[in-house]
Design a binder for this molecule. Structure first.
Ligand SMILES: *Cc1c(COP(=O)(O)O)cnc(C)c1O
Length: 380
């Protein structure tokens, strides 16, 4: 992933601004490392452009904080990350794509081998070279996406003919229901992971994403690999979220206008003014990642923005490049042409906005577009 060209134009020319607080990301990582999982190595999952916050910037800041192991998803992300962090350990969670082993080795990237085919291909490479190239092995404990089945895992790893000199650098699995800590699946996966991996002494193990970290030391093993918690998101569906927000989206007010009672606002005329309204039209929409599902209609409330501590509910549909907000009850001097409205940030949690869009904050954060001005600094 190439870096987003930062601030190519004057601030005044952007429809919106995305501020990312790298110190808050570092503080979240430190909290995970020293308070929440003190007995394990704390890695960082920075796939999908570090959940929208910027892969290179976030990686550099976390490395400075002491993080040494990073997980991304696809090989392109891993190779880009290698340019940023020459000395880090880098895992590609999506594993070994066909005919890419040479490239991964060249860039010192470790695939997370997720199938018997991938494992065989990597082990053969090690046999030919007569040495072990580091790679993780993913075992499926119930999510049925990536990972060797229990049978494949047990037989393959115990077979010296097949494995040759290859020794996994990490054994891992992934929780299906971590966002619900009371779900019985968590304990089942934990038990399967222990049963499957215990015979392989001396190989570090990893099970926990952010939710796994919050579920406590039973789930931590040697290495934890949180993602969403670093970015201030919610690992659990319910209860307190101990993490700091790290991103803020502000959209620019283009015009402030009136809507007579009974008139409709926006595409599809889905929302009618129940009283004379004042509305502000802001220059950000679903093309900037503000999900259209958070639109409002006469039947269903939508999301909102915040202006000077006042809630400004979305009126009608979110369109590609703009959103209309109800500012009728907000003091006029706070709602001025050119001013900024917080659409996501300390006062508008990504998880809350995501709920209006019937999704999760992971999708909200990773969809934040590239059309905003991007600033690194405190959220203010
Ligand atoms: C994305 C991912 C993580 C990080 O998950 P969070 O819920 O964001 O903490 C960890 N492990 C795997 C395999 C993943 O795909």
């Amino acid at each position: 992933m190439s870096e987003t060209p930062l601030n190519a134009y004057s601030s005044a020319l952007y429809g919106g601004r995305l501020t990312v607080d790298l110190d808050a990301i570092a503080a979240n990582w430190s909290l995970l490392r020293s308070s929440l999982a003190p007995g394990s190595e704390c890695a960082a999952t920075i796939k999908a452009n570090a959940y929208g916050t910027g892969q290179a910037e976030t990686a550099k800041r976390l490395f400075k904080e002491g993080c040494r192991t990073f997980f991304v998803a696809v090989p392109t992300e891993a190779i880009a990350l290698r340019q940023t962090l020459p000395a880090a350990t880098i895992y590609a969670l999506d594993g070994l794509f066909p005919n890419t082993a040479d490239l991964l080795l060249q860039h010192n990237v470790r695939p997370v081998l997720g199938s018997l085919d991938e494992l065989k291909e990597w082990a053969a490479l090690c046999r030919t070279a007569g040495k072990s190239f580091p790679a993780a092995v993913h075992v499926d404990t119930g999510i049925h996406r990536l990972g060797l089945s229990a049978d494949e895992f047990g037989t393959a790893l115990a077979d010296p003919e097949l494995m040759g000199p290859f020794k996994p650098s990490l054994l891992m699995s992934h929780l299906a229901c971590g966002s619900d800590p009371d779900h019985p699946m968590n304990k089942e996966q934990l038990a399967r992971f222990i049963a499957l991996t215990s015979p392989f002494k001396g190989v570090p193990r990893s099970l926990a994403n952010s939710a796994g970290v919050l579920m406590g030391p039973d789930y931590h093993f040697d290495l934890v690999r949180p993602g969403i918690s670093l970015y201030g998101g919610r690992a659990f569906d319910h209860g307190d979220n101990p993490m700091r927000p790290v991103a803020k989206v502000e959209a620019r007010i283009m015009i402030v206008r009136s809507v007579p009672k009974g008139d409709a606002i926006g595409y599809g005329a889905t929302q009618t003014a129940k009283r004379p309204l004042r509305n502000a039209v802001v220059a950000a929409g679903y093309a900037d990642g503000l999900l259209r599902r958070a639109s409002s209609s006469d039947d269903r409330p939508g999301g909102f923005g915040m202006i000077g501590g006042h809630k400004a509910p979305i009126l009608g549909r979110i369109s590609m490049d703009m959103i209309t907000l109800d500012v009728t009850d907000i003091p006029e001097h706070l709602v001025q042409r050119g001013g900024l409205v917080e659409m996501l940030g300390p006062n508008v949690a990504a998880a809350d906005m995501a709920a209006y869009a019937e999704t999760i904050d992971y999708e909200y954060l990773t969809s934040l577009g590239r059309r905003f001005e991007r600033i690194y600094g405190p959220l203010g």
